[in-house]
Ligand binder design. Structure first.
Ligand SMILES: Cc1ncc(COP(=O)(O)O)c(C=O)c1O
Length: 435
């Protein structure tokens, strides 16, 4: 038995499926990291791979960035968590607030799930309304309301004009499903007509501007403008989930659209490699969390929220990710997307690449899908995609399981060229499966 097999056999005895998060599952067994450096990860078998997964889009500077290691090591020796505040939290909040004029006030939490949940609860507290709307197929973490219809499929998603609220976890309360209105991605007219049916009941509309699960397809200008207008006209809040997409611009993907959401959920990269989440937005909305106010509408706690390790790592990471670094990374991603498109053309297979900012996704479809339903992979595509991912893995690349990739600042054109060459060989390898 290999070291990884032995470790997995032990893991199976103590964790369901042998893992603490489904993301790392691989068959016949997961791989285990020995160490990471820059954009490479070496596993305990001694195999090194180029990392396009970056802990699911959360490592903007790759692994073990020296400045982050130094700052965190220094903070560790002073303590990692207190029942009092730290300067690190104040300094970092000032930095995040300064990145986007729409961020008037903010709070830190511990994960993206918690950030989205806190935005939803703040929106409810502010409006006094219970329902939220979300886009079919969009992933926003594990909160009951936020996960509705994330995995909806042809067997249960219902009529396109009236998407059903489909639970992800068995036993989801019917009340949670009833309080979530599902709208289609990038169809402003239909979305607005559905929202109109719940006017006066909606606390907010939750939106990811470049939703990964839907296909790393950018929201259209018309869709974003329609949601902004509808929420404003109807006393509901626009909540942007920028847990992944904050990496797209200095102040987040919302800069592409020139819109100011009422609340934004943040997470992933702003932790500098440590667990994090945050919510930021309008001061009057964030006031619902203010324990100094006469009426505290949304009491908010969290044992490890704003711990000084995360605050220190996050601040150093974000200071390094300045406007120049953002522009360089996005330019490298443009190069990656065009290299991938060229590989697809050379391989002459029905595939395409989507993405924007510092992310891309390879689809085994001839045209870029424009909606969740159009992007839904057939059984044949799913099998072929798995074969492609296995090929990339076997030839030195870690990808997100949807065949998506996120770039990190230690990457250069050399890694992109290597990836495009391997992708070309991988596409040629699976070509017979593509019919
Ligand atoms: C867009 C989006 N929102 C929220 C989350 C949840 O974040 P976390 O896994 O930190 O709870 C994720 C995680 O992948 C995400 O991609």
């Amino acid at each position: 038995m290999s070291k990884s097999e032995k470790l997995y056999a032990r893991a199976l005895k103590v964790m369901p499926g042998g893992i603490s998060r489904n993301t790392i599952l691989r068959k016949p067994h997961p791989i285990y990291a020995a160490y990471g450096q820059g954009c490479r990860v070496t596993d305990i078998q001694g195999v090194t791979r180029i990392d396009f997964a970056n802990n699911v889009a959360s490592l903007i500077h790759g692994h073990a960035h020296p400045a982050i290691v130094t700052a965190v090591t220094e903070q560790l020796s002073k303590g990692s968590a207190f029942t009092v505040g730290t300067e690190a939290e104040v300094v970092y909040a000032e930095h995040i607030i300064a990145r986007n004029p729409g961020f008037e006030k903010m709070r830190f939490v511990n994960s993206g799930t918690e950030a989205v949940m806190s935005c939803i609860k703040a929106a409810r507290a502010f409006t006094g309304r219970a329902k939220i709307a979300k886009v079919e197929g969009s992933y926003h973490g594990l909160y009951d309301y936020a996960e509705v219809s994330q995995t909806a499929g042809p067997a249960n998603w219902g009529n396109a004009r009236e998407p059903r609220s489909v639970p992800v976890s068995h036993g989801t309360p019917q009340g949670a499903l009833d309080d979530v209105v599902v709208i289609p991605f990038n169809d402003p007219e239909l979305a607005v007509s559905i929202l109109d049916q719940h006017r006066d009941q909606l606390a907010g509309v939750l939106l990811d501007l470049l939703p990964h699960r839907i296909g790393v397809i950018p929201a259209s200008d018309a869709f974003v403008a329609a949601i902004r207008k509808w929420t404003r006209d109807n006393g509901a809040l626009m909540i942007c989930d920028e847990v992944i997409t904050f990496r797209s611009n200095y102040g987040g993907a919302q800069e592409w659209y020139g819109v100011t959401p009422d609340l934004t959920a943040l997470g992933k990269m702003i932790g500098g490699g440590f667990p994090v989440g945050a919510l930021a937005g309008r001061a009057d909305v964030m006031e619902v969390m203010n324990p100094l106010s006469d009426t505290l509408l949304f009491p908010h706690y969290g044992t490890f929220s704003a711990n000084p390790i995360t605050m220190t790592a996050g601040r150093v990471a974000m200071e390094l990710f300045d406007q120049g670094a953002v522009d360089d990374l996005n330019a490298l991603a443009d190069y990656a997307r065009s290299s991938i498109a060229q590989a697809i053309k050379t391989a002459d297979v029905p595939a395409c690449v989507t993405g924007k900012g510092s992310m891309f996704r390879v689809h085994l479809k001839p045209e870029a899908p424009t909606s969740y339903r159009a992007g839904y992979a057939s059984a044949q595509e799913t099998l072929a995609l798995k074969a492609l991912l296995d090929y990339l893995f076997g030839h030195g690349f870690l990808m997100i399981e949807t065949c998506s990739g996120t770039l990190s600042t230690p990457m250069t054109r050399a890694e992109i060229d290597q990836f495009a060459d391997t992708l070309l060989a991988g596409l040629q390898h699976i070509k017979p499966q593509l019919g």
